[in-house]
Design a protein around this ligand. Structure first.
Ligand SMILES: [Zn+2]
Length: 158
């Protein structure tokens, strides 16, 4: 059976995002995979906007230009910049997307759950940082199977 997990990347009142991390296969692979900043950025973009339509988190505008060197968008509608982290659970955190993506991967794929100690070891961050990350992720995660997700989403949105 496939393991499917719902993660509310954005705050509940914003768009709920369905995250299904299929690859990579092992933790070692995941660490290697996400150590490439371009790849972890692309992955985060894919998680946040699964349909590929990057939408301004402030105004919902679809017209924007992308500043590649800084990995930020400039919205042509509200004339403000936004990042992939803006208004998500990754916001206000100095932790890089590479580490966040590994943490998400671990949470989705480690069936027996992960401790902050394990996370700290894998990410090479302090236990305090790992604890904070898990806290954020657990608040965002909903482990009900996909077919029940609509109900959970509806409940949370109410
Ligand atoms: Zn905008």
């Amino acid at each position: 059976m496939e393991l499917r997990v719902i993660i509310y990347l954005t705050h509940i009142r914003c768009d709920a995002t369905f995250a299904y991390m299929k690859e990579p296969q092992t933790l070692g692979d995941a660490i290697l995979y996400f150590s490439d900043p371009h790849r972890s950025f692309d992955y985060a973009v894919k998680l946040r906007w699964p349909d590929g339509k990057v939408k301004c988190p402030r105004c919902g505008g679809l017209e924007h230009s992308f500043l590649k060197t800084r990995r930020i968008w400039f919205c042509k509608q509200c004339k403000k910049q936004f990042t992939v982290k803006l208004k998500t659970i990754f916001e206000d955190s100095p932790v890089g997307l590479d580490k966040w993506m590994i943490a998400v991967w671990m949470l989705v794929n480690c069936k027996n759950g992960i401790s902050s100690h394990e996370l700290a070891r894998s990410l090479r961050v302090t236990q305090k940082t790992a604890w904070f990350m898990l806290q954020r992720l657990r608040q965002a995660i909903d482990e009900s199977p996909r077919h029940e997700a609509t109900g959970a989403e509806a409940k949370l949105a109410a």
